[in-house]
Design a protein around this ligand. Structure first.
Ligand SMILES: *Cc1c(COP(=O)(O)O)cnc(C)c1O
Length: 352
C-alpha cells in the first residue's frame, strides 16, 4: 500500500468544493431567517399536494446526489408543509416552537458531532452542566443524578425503571419472577399514555396500573388513591410507585403533590413526577408554591422541548438517589475499564 503522508489526500468526507459548500450554507441561513421572519404571513398548515407526496415514494438513490439540488428539493417538497407548531397561531397540543438560536446551536453541535458517553472533551462538561441547570431550575438537590433523553416519554420510562429496581432489586440478575408479589403503580385517569406504556415495557403490566379517578378539577382524588392502595395491600399485591402529574395534557391540572407525597412516605412508595408539560412552571413565582413538592420527589421527568422551546428532541430525568439511578443501569464492559496508567478520562455522570 502506498504510504500517504499528505493529509490533503485522505480527506474522503470533505466536500468537493469548500467554497460551494460555504455558499450553500450561507444561502440556507438566509433562507431560514426569511422563512421564520415571514411565517406569520403564511397559513399555519398547508395540505400536502399529491405530486409532492409522490416525491417521498422515490426509491433509494444509488448515485451521489448534488447538495444544491437536494436543498432545492427540501425547499420545494418539505419546508412548505410543516406541522405548524412553529407558527404563532398554532394552538393544538403541547408542543414547542424552537428558536433560531436553538437551530444554530443544533448546527454547531452537529459539526462537532461528539459522542458524550466517554472521553475527556468539552461536550461532556456541557452535558453535565445542562443537567445541573435542570436541577437548579427545579430547585432539586445537587446531589441527585440526571440524564438528558429524547423526551418526556423516555424520561418517564427511565424513571419508572429506577423506581421498579429500587423495589425489586434482584431483577437485573434474575429478571421478572413469576411468584414474586405483583408490583402495582398508581396514577390518575388523566395521566399521559406513556406511563401505561412504560408499565407494559418494564414488566408491570397495564392491569397493575391503577388509574385513580380525578376530582372536578381533574386532579387525582387522594381519598380514592388511598382506598385503592389499601385494597391492593390487603390482596397481597406490592404497591411500589405513585406517578403524580404536574400539568396534565388535557387540562394542565396539577395533582395534589403534598398529599401524594405523604402517602408515599407512609407506605414506602416511590414518588415519580411526570412534569413533561408543567414542571418548569416552577420558574414562575406565582405557580412555584403549588410545585414545591417536586423538590421532594424520588424522580422527576420533564421536557425542554415544550415551554423552553429547545428544538426537538430533549427531555430530562432527575433521580434523587444517584446510587439508585446508577445501580439500575451501570455495566462496565472491558472496553470501558479504567486503566492504572495513562490519562484518567471522564465517564458520563460516573455512571458506568
Ligand atoms: C408531552 C407529555 C409527555 C410525553 O412527552 P414527549 O416529550 O412527547 O415524549 C408525557 N406527559 C405529559 C404530561 C406531557 O405533556
Amino acid at each position: 500500500m502506498k504510504s500517504n503522508n499528505n493529509l490533503e489526500d485522505i480527506n474522503g468526507l470533505d466536500p468537493e468544493s469548500w467554497e460551494e459548500m460555504r455558499e450553500l450554507g450561507h444561502q440556507m441561513i438566509d433562507d431560514m431567517i426569511s422563512f421564520l421572519k415571514n411565517i406569520h404571513h403564511e397559513p399555519s398548515w398547508k395540505e400536502i399536494p399529491e405530486d409532492t407526496k409522490a416525491y417521498f415514494k422515490e426509491d433509494l438513490p444509488e448515485v451521489p446526489q448534488n447538495s444544491k439540488k437536494v436543498y432545492q428539493e427540501f425547499k420545494r417538497y418539505i419546508l412548505p408543509y410543516n406541522k405548524g407548531n412553529i407558527h404563532p397561531r398554532f394552538f393544538a397540543w403541547v408542543q414547542g416552537s424552537g428558536t433560531l438560536m436553538g437551530a444554530y446551536s443544533e448546527m454547531l453541535a452537529a459539526v462537532m458531532n461528539p459522542n458524550v458517553t466517554i472521553g475527556e472533551h468539552a461536550a461532556m462538561y456541557v452535558d453535565e452542566q445542562v443537567v445541573k441547570w435542570c436541577k437548579q431550575m427545579l430547585n432539586y438537590p445537587n446531589s441527585s443524578s440526571g440524564i438528558l433523553l429524547s423526551g418526556g416519554s423516555m424520561a418517564n420510562i427511565t424513571g419508572l425503571t429506577v423506581a421498579r429496581n429500587s423495589h425489586a432489586n434482584s431483577i437485573r440478575e434474575y429478571g421478572i419472577q413469576k411468584n414474586n408479589k405483583k408490583l402495582v403503580v398508581y396514577c390518575s385517569e388523566e395521566t399521559h399514555s406513556c406511563i401505561t406504556k412504560a408499565a407494559e415495557i418494564i414488566g408491570i403490566g397495564n392491569k397493575f396500573v391503577r388509574k385513580i379517578k380525578t376530582n372536578s378539577e381533574y386532579e387525582m382524588d387522594c381519598d380514592k388513591l388511598l382506598e385503592q392502595l389499601l385494597l391492593d395491600i390487603k390482596e397481597g399485591l406490592q404497591p411500589f410507585c405513585i406517578v403524580a402529574t404536574t400539568g396534565t395534557v388535557n387540562t394542565g391540572a396539577i395533582d395534589p403533590l403534598e398529599d401524594i407525597y405523604n402517602i408515599c412516605k407512609k407506605y414506602n412508595l416511590w414518588l415519580h413526577i411526570d412534569g413533561a408539560y408543567g414542571a418548569l412552571a416552577k420558574l414562575d413565582p406565582n405557580i412555584a408554591p403549588k410545585l414545591k413538592y417536586i423538590e421532594l420527589a424520588d424522580s422527576v421527568a420533564f421536557d425542554l422541548h415544550k415551554w423552553l422551546h429547545v428544538p426537538y428532541e430533549l427531555g430530562c430525568l432527575l433521580v434523587k438517589d444517584a446510587d439508585n439511578h446508577r445501580s439500575t443501569f451501570a455495566i462496565t464492559p472491558n472496553y470501558l475499564l479504567q486503566t492504572e496508567r495513562g490519562k484518567r478520562i471522564s465517564w458520563r455522570f460516573r455512571c458506568h
